[in-house]
Design a binder for this molecule. Structure first.
Ligand SMILES: Nc1ncnc2c1ncn2[C@@H]1O[C@H](COP(=O)(O)OP(=O)(O)O)[C@@H](O)[C@H]1O
Ligand SMILES: [Mg+2]
Length: 597
């Protein structure tokens, strides 16, 4: 329950709506408990009138009897209908206030969680699966919404109905009240018990469904492998097994479910019988009228639903508390990488970068990805970082845009520690193309303009040409308006890489950072892109990470990373002369190129 305290601020925000809702619930119930009283009066009137006729010569002696009684009953009937209408009206209003409040809070919460996710660092997203993030923002918020809406509504409804009904009952007769309420606690307890069982089983079913879905998903994603290994049948069997487990579990739930309704009817029946029996005895004694018995039977029936709802409310509240706890875990996670307390600015960078004895250890795995790495890039210089897979190249790029902070040492940009730069200024001015580039489900134009509002078509085309992808784009069905990403056309790896590069160029960055993003383009295209860097961006600092040696561009500096350390550094000529790893790699690749030709 303590976890749900998080919701207090939302209750406060919508306090007037909520208070109004409570008033409406009260009014709806007030009109509801009037009905049995009217029916009691109707019955008592009819009984006493009939008795009166019988005592004064029988019905035959009173030709006006039918008209008279009929008129009276019609009035009572009209009363019941009027009360039902009033109750219905206020029930409509209470839903309009409380259920609407729950929807508004749901919306606020989703927005808040989404905004919070966006402040968290890359490490958080690596630690938690996308599925987990999604389920907290969708399913868990929905469960809390169920608590805020229906659960609170029926909870309030229950309290009002109980107080009003039981006080009306007590006003009639204490003994009859106690006797007729006797079975209700058992009903409540058994329903709580059954609904907990139902919940537990539904949760298992949910898990099984998730397993089933992910099996299917995996087969679809890996359909090429499944088909080429002719494993369709084996996968089908695997899926059928999972389905069978799902079927068994679902049937288990239905068995419990089937138990639920008869149990409820049994308890209500017991209450009614007791009421009629004890009520009859009391009526004989003259303590109550026959109309009171009818009144009580209606009260009991009115109480059945709320008593059933107690168990339901308790278990929904528990579920909501569990969901809120999961949400709170994320809401209370604080980002490690935050912008320092410096005035926001949008000033350009000269692009002087210094890595000063930088060591970096991945916090989760403890892998030392960089070990005392030092180098310097002057403004406008072009640096290449070469090394085998796993040597720490991507880590250098991630550190530069502060996806992580260094473990030891420091990184200086224009002479100031990276951690003292306004984070948004830093990221806005670095054109980073990550190794695992990503295109959104948007048009090509939208993807290039990402991060640069109001980019015109002409500008987009200019940057696409610089990234040597314009011709490819013109070849797409709708050119720049073609949808790409998950829902759009399938692009080749090289096309995606070049669109990502165009996106980075469109930012008009001060520093260009390309992480292995020319791996899927041919040598010609590569030299075109590097040529743009060399000419149009001659005064911009650029760091190009690669495992392939580029012959075209004269890099000012080349760093060779090996085993998380800098193994060699220098220019193309000096490294070749040194005859180390670089020279060896160059020789191998040149030989490869020869074979290729
Ligand atoms: N998110 C991560 N969490 C933990 N370890 C990582 C992570 N990313 C990379 N590593 C490890 O850090 C080392 C350097 O990785 P990386 O910088 O990606 O190398 P490269 O880009 O040169 O292939 C590798 O040993 C890799 O396994
Ligand atoms: Mg890498």
């Amino acid at each position: 329950m303590r976890h749900l305290a998080y919701l207090n601020k939302f209750f406060w925000k919508y306090r007037w709506r909520f208070l109004l809702g409570i008033v409406f619930v009260g009014l709806a119930n007030w009109f509801r408990v009037w009905q049995p009283k009217v029916i009691r009066d109707a019955l008592d009137t009819v009984i006493s009138q009939v008795k009166h006729y019988q005592e004064t010569g029988g019905i035959a002696a009173h030709p006006e009897a039918y008209r008279e009684l009929g008129g009276q009953i019609a009035w009572f009937g009209a009363g019941v209908i009027a009360l039902a209408l009033a109750m219905g009206l206020f029930m409509f209003f209470m839903r309009q206030t409380i259920i609407v409040m729950s929807r508004l809070i749901e919306y606020d919460m989703r927005k808040e969680i989404f905004a919070h996710y966006e402040t968290l660092d890359l490490a958080f997203f690596k630690r938690n699966s996308t599925g987990d993030l999604m389920s907290r923002i969708s399913e868990d918020v929905s469960k809390v919404r169920m608590f805020l809406g229906p659960t609170i509504l029926y909870g309030l409804d229950l309290i009002f109905l109980f107080v009003l009904t039981i006080s009306s009952m007590l006003r009639v007769n204490l003994t009859l009240t106690l006797w007729s309420l006797l079975p209700l606690p058992f009903l409540s307890i058994s329903i709580y018990w059954v609904s907990t069982m139902i919940n537990r089983r539904s949760e298992k079913i949910q898990q099984q469904l998730a397993a089933l879905t992910s099996t299917a998903q995996e087969v679809y994603s890996g359909i090429r492998v499944v088909k080429s290994y002719a494993q369709e049948e084996a996968m089908g069997r695997h899926f059928a097994e999972q389905s069978e487990v799902f079927r068994q579990k679902s049937l288990g739930l239905i068995r419990v479910d089937a138990f639920f309704f008869p149990l409820m009817l049994l308890m209500v029946g017991a209450s009614t019988i007791i009421t009629v029996y004890v009520g009859g005895l009391q009526a004989v004694k003259g303590n109550i009228t026959a109309g009171n018995i009818a009144e009580f039977v209606i009260y009991i029936n009115m109480l059945t639903w709320p008593v059933t709802a107690i168990g339901w409310i308790a278990s929904l509240t528990q579920q909501a508390a569990a969901s809120q706890k999961r949400i709170n875990e994320f809401i209370n996670t604080q980002p490690q990488i935050v912008s320092p307390d410096v005035p926001a600015s949008d000033e350009r960078y000269r692009g002087h970068i210094v890595f000063d004895n930088v060591t970096f250890v991945y916090p989760d795995t403890g892998i030392k990805a960089l070990d005392k790495v030092s180098f310097e890039v002057m403004p406008g210089e072009k640096l290449a970082i070469i090394g085998r897979t796993g040597s720490g190249k991507t880590t250098i790029a991630d550190l530069l845009v502060r996806m992580y902070d260094v473990t030891e040492g420091r990184i200086l940009l224009d002479g100031v520690d990276l951690r003292e730069h306004d984070l948004y200024r830093l990221r806005r001015h670095i054109g980073y193309v990550p190794q695992d580039m990503f295109l959104f489900s948007d048009t090509v134009q939208g993807n290039i303009a990402f991060g640069k509002d109001g980019l015109t078509r002409a500008e987009a085309e200019f940057f696409a040409k610089s990234a040597a992808v314009h011709d490819d784009i013109m070849g797409l069905p709708k050119g720049y308006e073609t949808l790409v990403g998950e829902r759009g056309v399938t692009l080749s790896g090289g096309q995606k890489q070049r669109i990502s590069i165009a996106r980075a160029f469109a930012k008009k960055p001060d520093i260009v950072l390309l992480d292995d993003c020319l791996s899927a383009v041919d040598t010609n295209t590569e030299s075109q892109i590097l040529g743009y860097l060399d000419q149009a961006l001659a005064d911009k600092t650029a760091i190009i990470i690669t495992h392939r040696i580029y012959g075209m561009l004269q890099f000012d500096k080349i760093i060779v990373l090996h085993d998380h350390k800098i193994a060699e550094a220098g220019t193309h000529e000096s490294l070749l002369a040194a005859g180390g790893y670089y020279a060896e790699l160059f020789e191998k690749q040149s030989a490869g190129d020869m074979v290729g030709k």
